[in-house]
Design a protein around this ligand. Sequence first.
Ligand code: PPS
Length: 309
Amino acid sequence: MSQEKELTFSEAIEKAQQSIVRFPLIPIRGIPLMSYIAQNFDSIWAFRPDPSDLLIATYPKAGTTWTQEIVDLLLHNGDAEACKRAPTPVRSPFLEICSPPPIPSGLDLLRKMDPPRVIKTHFPFQLVPPGFWENKCKTIYVARNAKDNMVSYFHFDCMNKTQPEPGPWEGYIHKFMQGELSWGSWYDHVKGWWAEREKRNILYLFYEDMKENPRREVERIMRYLDLSLPDDVISRIVELTSFKSMKENPMANYSCVPKPVFDQSISPFMRKGEVGDWTNHFTAEQSKVFDEDYEKQMKGTDIPFRTQI
Ligand code: PPS
C-alpha cells in the first residue's frame, strides 16, 4: 500500500496557491474575520486546551512572533538549534487560522501536538474559547501603541495576499479607527484584554517595553512561566530574539510562507522593528485627526501606551 508523504507547511501552502485570494471579512459577534475563520468559528470556539498550554494573544502586528520566539527559547533553555526545528507557525500554532486545503489549520496542527503547547491568537478577549479560562491557562498579551501597530498592519496587508486590500494609507487610517480591519477594533482589543488581566492572571506586556529593555521583559516572561534560567542563557535568548537575529532566522522570519501568499518583496515580515516609525507615515493633519479620535475611544482607560521611547 503506498503511503502519501506528509507535506511540509511550505509545501502545503505552495499546493494551495491557486485557491489563495484576499478573503472577504465576515463578522462573528460583531468582529470582522477572514471568511475561512468565520466559517469555522464553531469548531474553534469548541477547542479545549490543556491546562498546561500557554496562550499568546495580540492584536495583529503587536509583537506576536517576537514573543513566540522568546517563549520557545525559554522553554528550551536557550537552545537555538532546538528552536529551529520548524517555522514559527508550526512550533506555535495559530489557534483560529484556517486556509484552503491542504494548508493545515491551527486546529489541525494543535491536534498533532502534545501539551504543553504555545498557542497564538489574535482574537479579542470575548472570542477566545472558554476552555482557556476554565482550565486556567497561562496567557501573555502583548500590546503595541496604536500608531506603530497600524503602520505595521498597513505594510502587512500590502504583502499578505490573504488579507483584504489595504487601499491607500489615508483611507486605511479611517478603517483602523472604525475597527473595520481583520480582527476588528484595536481600541476594543487592547481595552478588553486589559480589563481581564488581573482576574485571569494574564501577563500584559508592551512592545515598547520590550524594545526599551528586552532583558527585563524576557526575565518577566521567564518568571511568569515559573522558570529560572542562568544569566548567560538569558543573555543568549535576548541576543537570539533581537530584530536582526530574527530577521536572519529562516525559522522565525516567515520565509516559510511562499511569495504568492506573503510577498516579502513588497514588505518584509521583519520590516523595521522600531518604536516611532509612525512619524514617517502620518502627516501632521492625519496625526491630529487620529489623536482626537484616540482621546474619545480611549477615554477613561489608564493603559500606559507610549508612542516613543
Ligand atoms: S503577526 O503577523 O500579527 O503575527 O505579526 P507580529 O509578529 O505580531 O508583528 C510583526 C511586527 O513585529 C516586528 N518584530 C520585531 N520587532 C522587534 N524585535 C523583534 N525581534 C521582532 N520580531 C518581529 C516586525 O518587524 C513587525 O513590525 P514592523 O513595525 O512592521 O517592523
